[in-house]
Design a protein around this ligand. Structure first.
Ligand SMILES: NC(=O)c1ccc[n+]([C@@H]2O[C@H](COP(=O)([O-])OP(=O)(O)OC[C@H]3O[C@@H](n4cnc5c(N)ncnc54)[C@H](OP(=O)(O)O)[C@@H]3O)[C@@H](O)[C@H]2O)c1
Length: 251
C-alpha cells in the first residue's frame, strides 16, 4: 500500500523544477496526477516520464493568471479521474528582479497575477471538490517572505501574500474538512533560481557562504515536504508554512 494510492493530485506549475519533482513523487506513491502548466511540450514530457515509471498522469494546459483556465484545469482533473484529493499550488514566476526604481506597475501586476491571483483562484475553484474528499492544499511560498533579499520587492511581497492566503484559507476551509498549508523553500537548484542568480554555479557559490547547509537544496527536498503536508500523517497540521531552506532563516 503506497501513501497516495487511490488519490488524485493536481500540480499547477508541474512542467519543470519543484512541480515536476512533486508530480513524479506523488505518482511514485500511487497517486493519479494531473500536470498543468503553460508549456505543453514540457508538461507532456513529465506525463510521459510518470507513465514510463508505471504511474498514471495527464497533462492539462492552463495559465493560472486566467480564471477560466484555472477552473478548467480543476474541473478537467475531476472529469478525468473522478475526484480531487490534493492541490499543489506551485505555479510561480520570479518576475522582474531589480531595484524598486527600475520596476513598473506592470511588473507588479504580472507577478501578483500569477503568484497571488493564481493561488487564490485555484483555492477558490478547488474547494468544492476538496470538500467532497476531505482533501488538502499545499501552496508554494518562499523564504524571501520572511527575510529581506534585495531587488525582489515584488516577488517577496507575493510570497508574503501566499503565507497570508494560506493561514486565512486554512481557518476558513477546515470546517469543511479541507486542510491548507504551505512549503517555504530556500534556494533550490531549478531554472528559476538559476535565472535569479545568473547560473547554477553562481547559485552554488552563494550557497557556500550564505546557506548553513553549504549547498542549495534539490527539488526532491521540497517534494518530500509537500508529500508530507499532503499526507494523512499531517492531518493535525493546519495553516502552517513549513520552511525547507538548509538553515537560511535560522542563521
Ligand atoms: N527555486 C527556488 O529557489 C525557489 C525558492 C522558493 C520558492 N520557489 C517557488 O517554487 C515554485 C516553482 O519554481 P521552480 O523553482 O521550480 O521554477 P520553475 O522550474 O521555473 O517552475 C515554475 C513552474 O511554474 C509554472 N508557471 C509559471 N507561470 C505560470 C502560469 N502563468 N500559469 C501556469 N503555470 C505557470 C511553470 O510552467 P510553465 O512555464 O510551463 O507555465 C513551471 O512549471 C515557484 O512558485 C517559486 O516561486 C522556488
Amino acid at each position: 500500500m503506497k501513501r497516495f494510492d487511490s488519490k488524485v493530485v493536481l500540480v499547477l506549475g508541474g512542467s519543470s523544477g519543484i512541480g515536476r519533482a512533486a508530480a513524479e513523487a506523488f505518482a511514485r506513491e500511487g497517486a493519479r496526477v494531473v500536470v498543468s502548466a503553460r508549456r505543453e511540450e514540457q508538461g507532456v514530457a513529465v506525463v510521459e516520464a510518470i507513465r514510463k515509471a508505471g504511474g498514471t498522469a495527464k497533462f492539462i494546459r492552463a495559465d493560472v493568471s486566467r480564471d477560466s483556465d484555472v477552473k478548467e484545469a480543476i474541473d478537467g482533473t475531476v472529469k478525468a479521474f473522478g475526484q480531487l484529493d490534493v492541490l499543489f499550488n506551485n505555479a510561480g514566476i520570479e518576475g522582474k528582479n531589480a531595484p524598486i526604481a527600475d520596476l513598473a506597475a506592470a511588473d507588479f501586476d504580472q507577478t501578483f497575477g500569477v503568484n497571488v491571483r493564481g493561488t487564490w483562484l485555484a483555492m477558490k475553484h478547488a474547494l468544492p471538490h476538496l470538500a467532497k474528499t476531505r482533501g488538502n492544499i499545499v501552496n508554494n511560498s518562499s523564504v524571501v517572505a520572511d527575510i529581506g533579499f534585495p531587488n525582489t520587492t515584488i516577488y517577496s511581497a507575493t510570497k508574503g501574500a501566499v503565507n497570508a492566503l494560506t493561514r486565512t484559507a486554512a481557518i476558513e476551509f477546515i470546517p469543511q474538512g479541507v486542510r491548507v498549508n504551505a512549503v517555504s523553500p530556500g534556494p533550490i537548484e531549478t531554472d528559476m533560481a538559476s535565472r535569479i542568480f545568473g547560473g547554477l554555479e553562481a547559485l552554488r557559490e552563494f550557497a557556500r557562504s550564505q546557506v548553513p547547509a553549504g549547498t542549495p537544496g534539490l527539488v526532491e527536498d521540497i517534494a518530500e515536504a509537500v508529500l508530507y503536508l499532503a499526507s494523512p500523517g499531517a492531518r493535525f497540521v493546519i495553516g502552517q508554512v513549513l520552511t525547507v531552506d538548509g538553515g537560511v532563516t535560522t542563521h
